[in-house]
Design a protein. Structure first.
Length: 298
């Protein structure tokens, strides 16, 4: 065999060997995954945990940020929290991502776990063959967070469980509103982006009024954020349906309703982010919601 032939054979062998090697997955530094069983629901979930940069070299306790829709939102929340700590001098936090149920698709899991009621609308299709759509278990899922997730985090991490932050977007914000209107002390601070207040013809407006009838205070801190483009075109008639919702107007109405009761221990702020839509606004909501709550440390 000629020298050129040997070189070509060697190159082909090297290329074949390289192609056969499976690339390693990218792993986020200082993150962990823990399994957690929802005892009352008889379902299994995971929590994703991101530790602050200083965690291994300190003995202090950290505020904890719990974020829904973890498949998407956990790495976003981790990155933003780290940058605020490194470059804006904000407190570091432990970030906990709440996963979808094992064996469920994201759509199926979040529809069931994040929504506050079974909707009157009946034409929802299931994305899981052989299983009918499920809704309305936000109250039960909230109890799972308090009964199973909180103890897991408290037992395994130096977490300041008196400073728990809830982060949700869209359906995730419905879950946050359910907690706010049933057990507001579950979290110290709520960051709620683009809540789907159109759901079930505006059922959360009814829940807000029911809460007001039975309470004279709402001990909570709430940051509402939404994209300025989450509104209706001029040729469409507003309604509390998924197709015809003016989500900006709905959120302004809801925030005004909360403030009208003058709860002495409620801190509420609403920000509309111009030129952002439902898909793009979440990082801004999270950033501003954290900056309004976390302390400056330097």
């Amino acid at each position: 065999m000629t020298v050129i032939g040997k070189l070509l054979l060697s190159c082909c062998f090297a290329s074949s060997l390289a192609a056969a090697v499976t690339p390693a997955p990218y792993v986020l530094d200082e993150t962990e995954v823990r399994d957690v069983h929802a005892r009352a629901l008889n379902r299994d979930y995971q929590v994703f945990v991101a530790l602050p940069d200083s965690y291994r070299s300190s003995n202090r306790r950290y505020p904890v940020l719990f974020v829904t829709d973890a498949n998407y939102a956990f790495p976003v929340a981790r990155g933003i929290a780290q940058r605020l700590a490194k470059h804006a001098g904000m407190e570091e936090v432990i970030v906990v991502g709440l996963s979808y149920a094992k064996g469920d698709s994201p759509v199926y899991s979040r529809r069931r776990d994040y929504t506050p009621a079974v909707p009157q609308r009946r034409d929802y299709a299931s994305d899981m063959p052989g299983r009918t759509p499920a809704f309305g278990e936000a109250q039960a899922y909230g109890r799972f967070i308090a009964a199973d997730v909180f103890p897991l985090i408290a037992a395994n991490y130096r977490a300041d469980m008196n400073r728990k932050i809830f982060v949700g977007h869209s359906y995730g914000s419905l879950l946050g509103l359910q907690l706010l209107l049933s057990a507001p002390r579950t979290f110290d601070h709520y960051i709620l982006g683009s809540p789907s207040l159109w759901f079930d013809q505006g059922v959360m407006f009814e829940r807000e009024q029911d809460y007001a009838k039975g309470h004279n205070d709402m001990p909570a801190s709430v940051f509402f954020g939404i994209g300025g483009r989450e509104t209706l075109g001029k040729d469409r008639k507003r309604a509390r349906t998924e197709e015809n919702a003016d989500m900006v107007a709905d959120l302004c109405d809801f925030d005004a309703a909360l403030k009208s009761h003058r709860y002495p221990n409620l801190k509420s702020r609403l920000e509309v982010f111009a030129d952002e839509d439902h898909a793009s606004v979440f990082p801004l909501v999270l950033t501003h919601g954290l900056r309004g709550y976390l302390k400056k440390v330097r």
